[in-house]
Design a protein around this ligand. Structure first.
Ligand code: ADP
Length: 327
């Protein structure tokens, strides 16, 4: 908690210092301009003073001084504005990069903390269950329960490892492709079935059009679906249903995962697809996660030249829509 507070303060600190510096620089430019104009006026006054009142070409000389003074003032304005413009452009660019870098490094730290926690928890639970099974003579029902929990935890661990490995492979362009046509409907039905057996207390409603064929990577598509359903479970209440729709319409294959949970705030609709991004402050979040799942889903959608978007469900919750063009 203290850590997150320090990170927020660091961001605020950089912001305040940056804007102070920028304000100072702009004020200094304005001050230089005022000083130059004043200096220009003083030079003109000296020049006026040097003209003899009996001089026959007095009007011509006064005009020349005024022209010069005007030209100089225009030059200061022109050059000043160009320098301020270029300076602000550079400053905004540096500012945005800096904020992005700080955010990214904060998210990366959060990710490391989350990943350590996410790796250790399933290992600790499984280890404890196995030790208990070995030491105690439990009845078959209890044994089964413990084995089921351990299996669930190892599946979670497997999912996390797959996500981490795949993210780095996709990032480095090292993913070995094996694109082929496959039955999307079959994949969706099987994944939903697995989820239903893993989470018997949850209600999954699948509305899947039969024999929808898609060309791509079945492993990746399966991972995308796993992550979307996993999130729908995580971010909605136990009593609310999760709906999974698949249909092909006008050569568009549309997969929707709908939940009636907390929903995604409007401001975070794009950000949740960024690497390591999680909604809210790290210390206020109670759900497990690493902020990698949706980033991967987006990468998988891009890999298939498809779209992945989030919208609000009615009356509450989210709809994640994967749209693939079968052209
Ligand atoms: P995480 O491991 O945190 O779940 P994700 O990349 O899968 O990482 O999701 C990023 C963030 O998007 C989550 O931390 C959560 O705040 C938000 N999010 C994802 N799916 C949902 C959903 N179905 N409903 C509400 N918020 C969601």
């Amino acid at each position: 908690m203290i850590n997150s507070f320090i990170k927020i303060s660091k961001l605020q600190f950089v912001r305040v210092i940056y804007w102070l510096f920028l304000t100072y620089m702009v004020a200094a430019f304005i001050w230089w301009y005022v000083t130059l104009v004043k200096q220009n006026d003083q030079i003109a006054n000296v020049q006026y003073g040097s003209i003899q009142s009996s001089d026959p070409s007095i009007a011509k000389k006064v005009n020349a001084i005024q022209d010069y003074q005007l030209r100089k003032n225009k030059q200061y304005i022109g050059e000043g504005l160009t320098i301020i413009f270029l300076f602000l452009l550079g400053a905004i660019y540096v500012y945005r990069s800096l904020i992005k870098q700080i955010r990214y490094s904060n998210q990366q730290q959060n990710f490391m903390m989350a990943v350590t926690h996410e790796l250790k928890t399933p290992i600790a639970i499984t280890q404890l269950n196995i030790e208990t099974l070995l030491k105690r003579n439990l009845d078959p029902d209890q044994q089964r329960k413990m084995l089921e929990v351990s299996l669930l935890e190892t599946q979670r661990l497997d999912n996390l490892c797959n996500n981490i490995l795949l993210a780095s492979q996709l990032d480095m362009g090292q993913y070995q492709t094996n694109t082929q046509s496959f039955d999307f409907s079959f994949i969706v039905n099987s994944v939903v079935k697995i989820f239903q057996s893993r989470f018997p207390e949850r209600s999954f409603i699948a509305n899947v059009q039969e024999a929808v064929q898609i060309k791509g990577e079945s492993v990746l598509i399966q991972l995308l679906l796993n992550n979307l359903i996993d999130n729908a479970i995580k971010y909605s209440g136990i009593e609310s249903p999760i709906k999974i729709d698949l249909e092909e319409k006008n050569r568009l294959i549309i997969l929707k995962v709908k939940d009636e949970g907390v929903g995604v705030p409007v401001n975070d609709k794009e950000k949740i697809f960024e690497k390591f991004y999680r909604v809210g402050a790290e210390y206020t979040r109670s759900t497990k996660g690493t902020g990698l799942g949706l980033y991967l889903c987006k990468r998988i959608a891009m890999f298939h030249h498809a779209k992945l978007e989030v919208s609000a469900n009615s009356p509450k919750g989210s709809i994640f829509t994967f749209t693939y063009s079968a052209e």
